[in-house]
Design a protein around this ligand. Structure first.
Ligand code: SF4
Ligand code: SF4
Length: 206
């Protein structure tokens, strides 16, 4: 008698479980599908802007970037992922300036912590959300981020030339004034020195 009771009890539990499962199946049957047809939808698929795929140097419309080769990102990277090659150039006012030559980034060792981006003083870096970064060798993961030719130092404007000329003339005038003051002081000192008495002259002078 007991086995018949167990039989119907188990049958009821099974039917309840089946109905529950069919409820889930029925709900998913009518839910809009979100399956991505990748790579066919590569051109119009949505990738979140915040997704960090690859570090990049930001260029403006004129092909300029804002990197001043300060090395902060290189020093802050915990993995040694960034390597800067810099050079010294002469500026229009005759000074020396450090400039970026090559910005080398190894995607293979980057952990996407974004310390480089947040510590950059000129906001020169950002992460692209271009997630298709697969290559066949690790060497190809090493990228040069400044992909456009580095621009020469700009020629001085007429205002800068005038300012430089004025500063030069001011320096010359100051040097001349200092020399004249020194000469006058020396002359004054010579005039104030006591005259040598005649009887103190040496025998040879006599
Ligand atoms: S990217 Fe930014 S932090 Fe890195 S060297 Fe250039 S200016 Fe400095
Ligand atoms: S995201 Fe982090 S690990 Fe990657 S280059 Fe920047 S500082 Fe280095």
């Amino acid at each position: 008698m007991g086995s018949v009771k167990d039989y119907f009890s188990n049958l009821g539990t099974g039917i309840a479980s089946l109905v529950k499962g069919m409820q889930v199946t029925g709900k998913e049957f009518f839910t809009p599908k979100i399956t991505e047809k990748y790579p066919e939808n590569r051109d119009n698929m949505h990738i979140a802007q915040r997704f960090r795929a690859c570090l990049e140097l930001k260029y403006d419309a004129e092909g300029n970037h804002k990197c001043i080769a300060c090395g902060t990102c290189e020093r802050n990277c915990p993995n040694g992922t960034i390597s800067l090659v810099t050079k010294m150039v002469d500026t229009w006012d005759g000074k020396k300036k450090k400039k970026l030559d090559k910005y080398i980034y190894d995607l293979g060792s980057c952990t996407f912590c974004q310390l480089c981006v947040t510590s950059c003083p000129t906001n020169a870096l950002d992460f692209s959300n271009d997630f298709e970064q697969a290559v066949f060798t690790r060497e190809k993961l090493v990228k040069q981020l400044n992909y456009l030719p580095e621009k020469e130092e700009p020629a001085p404007t007429p205002e800068q030339i005038a300012k430089m000329q004025a500063e030069k003339e001011a320096k010359i005038a100051a040097a001349k004034a200092a020399a004249a003051a020194k000469k006058a002081a020396a002359a004054a000192a010579a005039g104030e020195a006591p005259a040598k008495p005649a009887d103190e002259s040496t025998p040879a002078e006599k």
